[in-house]
Design a protein around this ligand. Structure first.
Ligand SMILES: NC(=O)C1=CN([C@@H]2O[C@H](COP(=O)(O)OP(=O)(O)OC[C@H]3O[C@@H](n4cnc5c(N)ncnc54)[C@H](OP(=O)(O)O)[C@@H]3O)[C@@H](O)[C@H]2O)C=CC1
Ligand SMILES: CC(=O)[C@@H](O)[C@H](O)COP(=O)(O)O
Ligand SMILES: [Mn+2]
Length: 399
């Protein structure tokens, strides 16, 4: 806790949305490391009330939210400290995102379910530490316009985008030739499509370098994560898709590179540890020593780079197409992918069907170049129904 008035004034008041997930838990590790600089005033989860209660007992926030109200009958209110007000439902989540006295909102809910609360935080002028890439994939231009209009700062947490944000800071964007995002290649790097027909969720959930939640881990295996990141970067850095490149880098030590017009390249290196980009956002613009692992240059060994295999991993091509066309494409691709990943994890869809199904939905969707937020949300619902139809029409036993 801050000990003087000066320290208290420097202390940032945080709300962590999705505190029970992988990014949420890493965020709380960073907070634990900086008790004088960061104070948690609100925590939110979907249904995992035992972990939320444990986090509340440690961090003593003013508010806690469970976004899924149907979990309420199971909740033991005595598990929460009496000083924490527990609220339930999606409206409570949105209210928490714009609560008074909150400086920064960490958006670490997974999927487009995180969009409303991220939007509310920006609308209220809060600084948004954005891990939830789907918010920008679905509604990038609207989100950036909102942030501009409200004078709200948007700090990327996604490791590649955090790296690019810091590499580009203070530089003249007109001198950028290309932005390069690295990808680990996932657990199936080097495989041919014919070897991936019978992939199980357990195999696809074995990420080689990062410990993450299930949805993004499957996205890494299909390379859809990089597809979403191309769209995220397209809006965040206002750069056309043909100047965004993806490079497979299995060590996940280099997160992004900026190639300047004169041919020089700046790279961002750190071990694969999300506590670093999270800390960079929470304490921005300062970079004090924190809990993240550091590069050991003596033991680092060789770093490898290779082009992505888009024949085996066609999701990446979908990302480029959606980034180029813009409009409704991001929302439709994202929702189709979320629904397809859910079905794959449930055993209803084969691994190779994830990008096939996404392409089919993207191709038949009623494209609009400048959709409203309501239209994007309607298309999100529509795309999920289309995935259901597609799955039923293509039902075949998974070998
Ligand atoms: N994990 C990582 O290293 C990285 C993640 N990201 C991005 O960060 C986001 C979070 O990822 P990750 O932490 O891995 O995901 P997890 O699945 O680990 O955590 C998701 C969190 O969101 C909550 N949640 C899920 N659905 C809802 C909902 N409908 N309403 C409210 N809350 C909900 C979960 O609550 P509950 O526990 O109760 O289910 C949980 O707290 C994603 O957008 C991902 O792409 C980006 C870069 C790296
Ligand atoms: C940690 C992070 O930012 C993830 O988005 C990561 O990039 C996923 O790994 P892949 O590089 O395999 O997609
Ligand atoms: Mn990333």
């Amino acid at each position: 806790m801050p000990t003087s008035a000066a320290e208290a004034a420097r202390c940032r008041h945080l709300v962590v949305l999705g505190s029970t997930g992988s990014i949420g838990r890493s965020t709380l590790e960073v907070v634990r490391h900086f008790p004088d600089r960061l104070r948690v005033v609100g925590l939110a989860a979907h249904r995992n009330w035992p972990l939320l209660a444990e986090q509340c007992r440690e961090f003593r926030p003013t508010w806690a939210v469970l976004a899924d109200a149907s979990v309420l009958p199971q909740v033991d209110r005595q598990a929460f400290p009496p000083t924490t007000e527990l609220r339930v439902g999606p409206d409570a989540l949105v209210e928490l995102a714009c609560a008074p006295g909150v400086d920064m909102v960490v958006a670490s809910i997974v999927g487009s379910a995180g969009l409303h609360s991220a939007w509310a935080a920006l609308e209220a002028g809060k600084t948004l530490a954005l891990a939830n890439k789907e918010t920008l994939v679905v509604a990038g231009p609207l989100i950036l316009e909102l942030a501009r209009n409200r004078g709200a700062r948007l700090l990327p947490v996604d490791s590649e985008h955090s790296a690019l944000f810091h590499l580009l800071e203070g530089r003249d964007r007109r001198d950028v030739a290309r932005l390069i995002l690295t990808a680990s290649g996932g657990p199936f790097r080097g495989k041919r499509a014919s070897e991936l027909r019978a992939v199980t969720p357990e195999q696809a959930l074995q990420h080689p370098t990062w410990q993450m939640g299930p949805k993004i881990t499957i996205d890494s295996a299909t390379l859809m994560n990089k597809a979403l990141e191309v769209i995220e970067a397209r809006w965040l850095f206002d750069i056309p898709a043909d100047r965004l490149e993806v490079l497979i880098h299995p060590e996940s030590m280099v997160h992004a590179l900026v190639e300047w017009a004169d041919g020089s390249v700046l790279a961002h290196l750190s071990p694969p540890d999300m506590r670093l980009p999270i800390q960079a956002a929470l304490l921005y613009p300062e970079r004090p020593p924190g809990p993240a692992r550091r590069v050991n240059w003596q033991k680092l060994g060789p770093l490898h780079f290779e082009p992505p295999d888009v024949e085996t991993f066609p999701a990446l091509t979908l990302g480029y197409e959606a980034a180029q066309r813009g409009g409704t494409c991001g929302a439709v691709l994202n929702a189709a992918n979320e629904a397809a990943v859910e079905r794959f994890l449930a055993g209803d869809l084969a691994f190779l069907d994830i990008p096939r199904c996404c392409r089919a939905v993207l191709e038949v969707h009623p494209y609009e170049p400048r959709p409203s937020l309501d239209r994007l949300l309607a298309l999100d619902r529509w795309a999920r129904q289309e995935v259901s139809r597609w799955t039923h029409a293509h039902l075949h036993p998974i070998p």
